[in-house]
Write a protein that binds this ligand. Structure first.
Ligand code: CAO
Length: 544
C-alpha cells in the first residue's frame, strides 16, 4: 500500500481559488479521473479529477479553502504503486496541462470544434468538459440556450481536450472556437476539416423548430445531429438557468433527468451539489419525496395557476414550506387528481359511547392514558373493515387487480408542528382499548416531536382524520393512496333525535367517509358506513 498526494493541477494560473465542493470523504474508493473537488473563481467553476485510483485516507482541504496549482488536496492509499507510477507525490496536473498535450505530433492531430450555423447568439449555460478530459465523438462539449431551446454542441472527434476557448455566460458567434481536441488517429487540422466539423454539427433545422420530436438533451449524440431538448426539457432548462449549480452538478442532473429548480442546495451559499441531487433521487425512490406537484400537473395538461405579485396589494412575507408540507401538498395533488372520490356523510349516535368513555376516565387516569373518542373509533373502524372486507383493499398497480388485505392497520392524521403526518397503528382488530389508547398516545407524541420514522407511516389500510377537538360540522377528507378510504370526524354535538314518539337529546358525531370509487362501489360504502355507525352507537357490538 502506498500513499499518494493528489494536488491541484494547472488551473490556468489562477491563484487562491476557493473550494466550493468536496465530492469524496475519507474511506471512499476513488477512481482515476473521478472528480474530487470543485473550485470556483469569479468567472467559472471547475472540477478537479483524481490523478490516481485508491482509497481516500486524508482530506487536506475543506470547503472554503483557497488553493493554487500544486497545493495538496487529498491523500490516497493505492494497492499497487507500480500500476500508477509509484510516485509518492503525484500532481494531478501532470497528465492534464495543455502544455503537455498541445502541438501536433506525427501520430496526433488537433481538431478545433466550432460553433455551427444556427447556434449563434446563444448563451453558453454550461461547459461540460475541462482541459485534459478524454472525449468520445458525439460527447457534449458545451450547452447553449436561446430563448427558444437549449442544445448541446458535441465534439466531432474523439481524443483529449487540449484547450477550451469558451466559458459559461459567453454569447456564441458562428465559427467561434469551442475547443480543440487532440486526436490520436484524427484527421489533420486543415481548413477542410474545420469546414467538415461545422457541417456535421449544423443544428439549424432543429434549432428553428424546438417542438419537433428530438432526442433528450442528455442522450449521447452522433456527429451528424445536434439534439435540442424536448418541450418539457426546454421549460426545465430555462428554469434551471437561474439555479446556483456548477457544470458537474448540472450535467449529473441532466443525466438523472432532474429539474434543478426543485432542489435546495446545501453547498456554500445555497449551491446545489451532486450530493443534493443524489439525496433527491433517493428520497423520490423511497417515497419520501413525491414527484413535484406543479410540474406534474402542468404535464397532465392542467393549466398552471398563474403567478401573482401579491406585494402589489399590500405587505407580504414569502415563507419557506417545510419538507413535510411540500410532501403533503404533492401527495394531496396526486391523490386528488388520480382518485375519483365519493364522500358520504352520516351522524353516529355516540351518547352511550360517551357515557361509557366518561365512566372509564378514572381507570384511564390510573393507567396513565387519556381516553378520547379516537381509540373507540379505531376499534369500530377495525370491526367494520373485518365485517366488510370490500373496504380493506388497495388497487394493484397493474390496474387490473384488487389487493385484498387480511390485516387491519389504521392510520391517524396528526396535525404536528411540522405539518400533517399519518402514523399507522398495526393490527387494530387484535388490540384492546387500553392497549390501543396507550399506543395511540405514544405515536401522537412521536409525531408531535418529529420522531416518526418512515416505517411508522407505512402499511395503512384505512385512515381516520379527526378535527373533532377543533370544530366544524363536516369536511371531505382526501383518500390517502394507496388506501381506498378515509373517515373524517367532526365535532360531536347534542341534537334532537326523533325516537318514534318524541325528540330526544342525543350526542351526535358527524362523520364523512371518502372512498376511491374505482375500488369500492356505493353499495359497499353504504354497508360499511351503516355497520360502522351501528358499532359506534352500541360499542357492545365490538364484543360480538
Ligand atoms: N367531538 C367532540 N369532542 C371531541 C371529539 C369530537 N369528535 N374528538 C375529541 N374530542 C375531545 C376529546 O374528548 C378531548 O376532550 P376531553 O379531554 O374532555 O376528553 C378533547 O377534544 C381534545 O382531544 P385531543 O385533541 O387531545 O385528542 P383526539 O384524540 O381527539 O385527537 C389527533 C388526536 C391527533 C387526531 C388530533 O390532535 C389531531 O391532530 N387532529 C388533526 C387531524 C387533521 O389535521 N386532519 C386533517 C384534516 S383534512 O384531511
Amino acid at each position: 500500500m502506498t500513499k499518494q498526494i493528489v494536488s491541484v493541477p494547472d488551473i490556468g494560473g489562477a491563484e487562491g481559488v476557493e473550494i466550493i465542493e468536496i465530492a469524496i470523504a475519507v474511506g471512499d474508493q476513488v477512481e482515476q479521473d473521478q472528480d474530487i473537488v470543485t473550485l470556483e473563481t469569479d468567472k467559472a467553476t471547475m472540477d478537479i479529477p483524481c490523478s490516481v485510483g485508491g482509497t481516500v485516507s486524508e482530506l487536506m482541504v475543506s470547503v472554503g479553502s483557497k488553493v493554487s496549482q500544486g497545493d495538496a488536496l487529498i491523500a490516497v492509499d493505492i494497492e499497487n504503486a507500480a500500476a500508477t507510477g509509484g510516485e509518492s507525490d503525484s500532481s494531478a496536473s501532470a497528465e492534464v496541462t495543455p502544455a503537455a498535450v498541445a502541438g501536433d505530433t506525427a501520430s496526433t492531430s488537433q481538431i478545433p470544434v466550432l460553433i455551427p450555423d444556427g447556434a449563434e447568439d446563444a448563451d453558453v449555460i454550461e461547459v461540460c468538459v475541462k482541459v485534459g478530459d478524454e472525449v468520445e465523438e458525439g460527447d457534449s462539449l458545451i450547452v447553449l440556450e436561446t430563448d427558444k431551446a437549449s442544445m448541446e454542441i458535441p465534439t466531432s472527434a474523439s481524443g483529449t481536450v487540449v484547450s477550451i476557448a469558451i466559458k459559461q455566460g459567453d454569447k456564441t458567434v458562428v465559427g467561434g472556437e469551442v475547443a480543440v481536441i487532440e486526436s490520436a488517429t484524427g484527421a489533420p487540422s486543415t481548413a477542410e476539416n474545420r469546414a467538415a466539423t461545422v457541417k456535421t454539427a449544423a443544428p439549424a433545422a432543429v434549432v428553428e423548430s424546438p417542438s419537433a420530436t428530438v432526442e433528450p438533451s442528455n442522450s449521447s449524440m452522433n456527429a451528424s445531429s445536434i439534439p435540442v431538448t424536448s418541450n418539457a426539457s426546454v421549460v426545465a432548462a430555462s428554469q434551471s438557468k437561474d439555479v446556483y449549480a456548477g457544470p458537474a452538478a448540472r450535467k449529473f442532473a441532466r443525466e438523472m433527468g432532474i429539474d434543478l429548480t426543485l432542489l435546495k442546495g446545501t453547498g456554500d451559499r445555497g449551491r446545489i451539489i451532486k450530493g443534493d441531487i443524489k439525496a433527491y433521487v433517493k428520497d423520490v425512490m423511497t417515497g419520501q419525496q413525491a414527484s413535484p406537484a406543479v410540474p406534474s400537473l402542468s404535464g397532465a395538461g392542467i393549466p398552471p395557476i398563474p403567478a401573482v405579485d401579491f406585494a402589489q396589494f399590500g405587505d407580504i412575507d414569502v415563507l419557506p414550506m417545510s419538507k413535510i408540507k411540500k410532501l403533503t401538498a404533492a401527495n394531496m395533488s396526486r391523490n386528488w387528481l388520480n382518485i375519483p372520490h365519493v364522500t358520504q356523510f352520516d351522524d353516529a349516535d355516540i351518547t352511550d359511547l360517551e357515557d361509557f368513555r366518561k365512566g372509564l376516565k378514572a381507570e384511564a387516569e390510573k393507567r396513565g392514558v387519556k381516553l378520547t373518542p379516537l381509540p373507540f373509533l379505531l376499534k369500530a373502524c377495525a370491526a367494520a373493515l373485518v365485517a366488510e372486507p370490500s373496504f380493506n383493499v388497495s388497487l394493484h398497480h397493474d390496474g387490473e387487480h384488487i389487493v385484498q388485505k387480511h390485516y387491519v392497520n389504521i392510520g391517524v392524521a396528526v396535525d404536528s408542528p411540522v405539518g400533517l403526518v399519518v402514523p399507522v397503528i398495526r393490527d387494530v382488530d387484535k388490540k384492546g382499548l387500553w392497549e390501543l389508547s396507550a399506543e395511540f398516545m405514544a405515536i401522537i407524541d412521536k409525531a408531535r416531536n418529529g420522531k416518526l420514522t418512515s416505517a411508522d407511516m407505512q402499511g395503512g389500510c384505512f385512515t381516520i382524520s379527526s378535527l373533532g377537538a377543533i370544530g366544524g360540522q363536516g369536511f371531505t377528507p382526501i383518500v390517502n393512496a394507496p388506501e381506498v378510504a378515509i373517515l373524517g370526524v367532526s365535532k360531536a354535538e347534542i341534537k334532537p333525535k326523533w325516537n318514534g314518539s318524541e325528540f330526544e337529546p342525543r350526542n351526535m358525531l358527524p362523520l364523512s367517509l371518502s372512498y376511491d370509487h374505482r375500488a369500492v362501489n356505493g353499495g359497499d360504502a353504504g354497508r360499511f358506513f351503516t355497520y360502522l355507525n351501528r358499532v359506534i352507537a352500541d360499542v357492545r357490538r365490538l364484543l360480538l
